[in-house]
Design a protein around this ligand. Structure first.
Ligand code: 13P
Length: 257
């Protein structure tokens, strides 16, 4: 395995909670109040991606706690007759810094493919949002030895990205999402090394997060793998207690990095 690239550089690690289609206002307010009881150390960044309806009400309380706000998706057009869609300016207006692009649930359930994902990335960059580009293989693809070619194809959306564009990548093996299965440390290390090499080849040097059944109990092991610079957390981010434990465990690992 090549060690080229500088993926061991100590960047500020990011723990991001993707609430998916969960959460109403009362629960969210309770969550933020509980989160405040365990503030994250400064050397780690924390972000939350609630559903669109909670962006505005959570923006100020999260800002006060030093937690970044992100959206789970975006549409690339600037405005107009796109019923049900949200554009980048609206996300900025709601206080977002991040936006998730290319999540496997959007690829698989909503049929989003590279062409649309490229447009979304460009729209995010043009409007000062930092995309978190999700990539990951299905179980059959891993079993067939196709993991790297799938990842290369998914990362090819970065070929024409502007130089120095703000970017975070999340490696989320689809078979590990919401299943309780996690990739082994060897799989994580090997796959993150491949992603960092691809990113270097494409002229990008950015954080690569791991996602897929991250829990308080497995955070230290996963965050301790070379090339892992944070986590994108689904189910375990819905409770402030478990999300805080993940943040604290990741912070301990990052402090020793
Ligand atoms: P889980 O943590 O629930 O497996 O979800 C991961 C994910 O898809 C985050 O974007």
């Amino acid at each position: 395995m090549s060690q080229s690239g500088n993926y061991t550089s100590p960047r500020r690690h990011l723990i991001a909670g993707n609430w998916k289609m969960n959460g109403i206002l009362e629960e969210a307010q309770q969550f933020v109040a509980e989160l405040a009881e365990n503030p994250a150390p400064d050397h780690i960044e924390v972000a939350l991606m609630p559903p669109f309806t909670l962006l505005h009400p959570l923006a100020e309380p999260l800002r006060q706690k030093g937690v970044q706000l992100g959206a789970q998706s975006v549409y690339h057009e600037p405005k107009g007759a796109f019923t049900g869609s949200i554009c980048p300016v609206m996300l900025r207006d709601a206080g977002c810094h991040y936006v998730i692009v290319g999540h496997s649930e959007r690829r698989d359930i909503m049929g989003e493919a590279n062409e649309l994902i490229s447009k979304k990335l460009n729209a995010a960059w043009e409007n000062g949002l930092e995309p978190i580009l999700c990539v990951g293989e299905h179980l059959e693809e891993r079993q067939d030895g196709e993991t790297n070619s799938v990842l290369r194809q998914q990362l090819s959306v970065l070929e024409d990205a502007p130089e120095g564009a703000a970017l975070t990548v999340a490696y989320e093996p689809v078979w590990a999402i919401g299943t309780g299965l996690t990739a082994s440390p060897e799989q994580v290390t090997e796959t993150h090394a491949f992603i960092h090499e691809e990113l270097t080849r494409l002229g990008h040097d950015c954080r690569v997060l791991y996602g897929g059944s991250v829990k308080p109990e497995n955070t230290a092991e996963l965050m301790g793998c070379a090339g892992v610079e944070g986590a994108l957390v689904g189910g375990a981010s819905l409770q402030a207690e478990s999300f805080s434990k993940i943040v604290q465990a990741a912070a301990s690992v990052a402090a020793g990095a």
